[in-house]
Design a protein around this ligand. Structure first.
Ligand SMILES: Cc1ncc(COP(=O)(O)O)c(C=O)c1O
Length: 394
């Protein structure tokens, strides 16, 4: 074909994993691969009522263009929720509504990254974010992690010796893909380091409210004295991803840049969608809904980990997430999880091989398991099938 694409398209390669994952969509496959919420928890009946109310009470405005920043009652509800749950001190003027937090990730790349700039991230990190940044041609430096997230001594070493770090991308709460959470002390240390180097931080937090045990930890944004933390939030996991509603919370100077980019990208997020989410929060209790989600996911997490403990061969390492959607498994270093996946597909069970969560490659002996989307019966059945395949490899 004679068509010439932009150079940036060179940075975006079709992924072999994506091809593999297409096979997981067959109904007979027990898939622990995606990151989908449980659809049986979506408030379908409530949203029918909400949709009618929104159209009856202000149909003409709901179907009209509106401000780029977003619907003010929704921005106020988000600011209030953040301050209550994550100890922040933001107002609606710090909030921009985006089309999912994924759009906030893309905008962050657009705003901060020139070709060749350095992005620091946890090793491993969320594939969707890495792909969003890749379009802008950065170099990734992976900061080593342990069971408590990013290792601060390693971060400091990298910052001391690296020029041109433009952005640090982190998921301190129930990280995708590992399910790990940074303890408070580590968060404090991180902010000390950040304040010294004054580098913008993207705190991606779609899972923080889905904590099954203990208290929600203060966000990095809550410890942000210099306005360096850009918080990305989302309704996808605490409500429904189909609305595609997320947000950026940042200080006004930084938020201005996001608003400008949002305007040129798509003018605004769906007016009617924003009003429906705001109306749900007004007439129903989102906290009670989140509790229902947590009850179901806690059970599924327990069941998955109990079955793994009983059935997996000895010597495998995996995380014990206190919330969120994922656990992360480490195989002996000579086993490639892609080979295991191929064999699993023959047995109609699937996961995501871990290699692609490392932007610079390596660590092919890892994989991610999701426990939110399959019923309890399928979780037990699927883990047993997976264990059987693992025993053939180990
Ligand atoms: C860490 C992380 N960030 C962002 C997203 C994107 O979420 P959404 O665009 O639905 O808000 C996801 C989705 O799974 C995620 O895991």
């Amino acid at each position: 074909m004679a068509v010439k694409f932009a150079d940036r398209m060179e940075n975006l390669k079709a992924s072999e994993i994506r091809e593999l994952l297409k096979l997981t969509e067959k109904p007979e496959v027990i898939s622990f691969a995606g990151g989908l919420p449980a659809p049986e928890l979506f408030p379908v009946e409530e949203m029918k009522e909400v949709a009618i109310k929104v159209l009856e009470e202000g149909g003409k405005q709901a179907l009209q263009y509106a401000a780029t920043e977003g619907f003010i009652p929704l921005r106020k509800a988000i600011a209030n929720r953040m301050n209550t749950k994550f100890n922040t001190d933001v107002t609606y003027e710090n909030i921009l509504i985006t089309s999912g937090s994924q759009q906030g990730l893309d905008f962050s790349g657009k705003i901060f990254l020139n070709e060749g700039d350095v992005v620091l991230c946890e090793s491993p990190s969320y594939l969707g974010a890495l792909n969003a940044f890749k379009a802008y041609g950065p170099k990734f430096i992976e900061v080593p992690t342990d069971e408590n997230g990013m290792i601060m001594e390693e971060l400091e070493k990298i910052l001391e010796t690296t020029e041109n770090v433009k952005m640090i991308y982190v998921i301190p709460d129930f990280q995708n893909p590992t399910g790990r959470t940074w303890p408070v002390e580590r968060r404090k240390k991180f902010m000390e380091i950040i304040n010294k180097y004054e580098i913008p931080v993207l705190e991606d937090n779609p899972y923080g409210e889905l904590r099954f045990e203990g208290e929600i930890l203060p966000s990095l944004k809550a410890m942000d004295e210099k306005g360096l933390v850009i918080f990305l939030g989302s309704f996808s996991k605490i409500f429904c991803p189909g609305f595609r509603i997320g947000w950026v919370a940042a200080n006004k100077e930084i938020l201005e840049k996001y608003i400008m980019i949002k305007q040129s990208a798509d003018l605004q997020t769906s007016t009617v969608g924003q009003r429906e989410v705001a109306k749900f929060m007004e007439i129903y209790d989102l906290d009670a809904h989140v509790e229902k989600i947590k009850d179901v996911y806690r059970k599924r997490r327990n069941l998955m980990l109990e079955t793994m403990k009983a059935e997996f061969p000895e010597g495998l390492k995996y995380t014990y997430p206190e919330g969120g959607l994922f656990t992360w498994v480490e195989l002996p270093s000579n086993i490639d999880a892609k080979d295991v996946m191929a064999k699993c597909l023959e047995n109609n069970v699937a996961f995501v091989p871990g290699g692609s969560f490392f932007p610079n490659g390596g660590k092919d002996n890892t994989f991610r398991l999701n426990y939110s989307n399959m019923t309890e019966e399928r979780i037990v059945d699927g883990v047993k099938r997976l264990a059987k395949v693992l025993k053939e490899f180990i």
